[in-house]
Design a protein around this ligand. Structure first.
Ligand code: NI
Ligand code: MN
Length: 239
């Protein structure tokens, strides 16, 4: 499984011959290496959305239409995308798992945040915010979306045993470095942790260095946006 952090929360996952984009905020994302746009956005099979905010919905509509990709999101957010002309949608909600292409399991997990899309000065509700666990080829990864710390993260660890975590650490709108490090040290057993939702805007003050300093369990990696990371199967327990 290859994981490429694209800046902010945007992440490309390649597994089982499929390409999944999570929260593809590329245009207007100052940390996304825009020279890689064509390469990153081609042959996308699925777009997973954690919530409707513009720094997550991003370029979803365009990329979905260009690739005939399937948008996976809550009932409300997937319906919104359908209403905007996206042909293929998979609706789901918190706690549910869908299996796509016979061997990729996508589980929608809880997140504590808000979720809306701005349209003509109004905020349309787009359901609950979420995170995702993706399991394929004996590997399990957790993308937390935007969230505060919550103790039921322990259930995510117990049920899905993710060996890779992508956790927001930018503070103000999500967990900061201390809360995210607490999650790693207390609730999860990650082998690899990638801090996300940081360094994008001045308002996001949490730094990956501060996070890494506080993590006592698992290896924190701080890839450059656009750098491909290869993840091999967990050494011990199967996912
Ligand atoms: Ni948000
Ligand atoms: Mn956000």
């Amino acid at each position: 499984m290859n994981i490429t952090w694209l800046g902010h929360s945007a992440t490309l996952i390649e597994t089982s011959g499929k390409r999944l984009l999570i929260d593809p905020f590329l245009s207007g994302n100052p940390t996304f290496p825009s020279a890689k746009r064509a390469e990153v956005t081609q042959n996308i099979d699925y777009i997973l959305l954690t919530h409707g905010h513009s720094d997550h919905l991003g370029d979803t509509l365009q990329i979905a239409k260009e690739n005939q990709a399937t948008v996976v999101a809550t009932f409300e957010l997937a319906s919104f995308c359908g209403g905007q002309g996206v042909k293929n949608i998979e609706m789901m909600n918190l706690g549910g798992t869908i299996e796509v292409d016979g061997n990729i399991k996508i589980t929608m997990t809880q997140a504590f945040h808000s979720s809306s899309v701005e349209s003509e000065g109004q905020f349309l509700n787009t359901g609950d915010p979420a995170g995702f666990v993706i399991r394929a080829q004996g590997q399990s990864i957790y993308h937390a979306g935007d969230t505060c710390l919550f103790s039921d993260m322990k259930l995510i660890d117990e049920l899905y045993k993710p060996s890779v975590g992508l956790l927001p650490i930018g503070d103000r709108f999500t967990m900061g470095p201390s809360e995210a490090a607490y999650a790693c040290n207390t609730f999860f057993n990650f082998e690899t942790v990638i801090p996300i939702h940081h360094s994008t805007f001045e308002l996001l003050t949490g730094t990956p260095q501060d996070f890494a300093r506080q993590v006592k369990k698992g290896k924190v990696i701080m890839p450059k946006a656009g750098e491909v990371i290869s993840i091999t199967a967990r050494k011990s327990a199967a996912a």
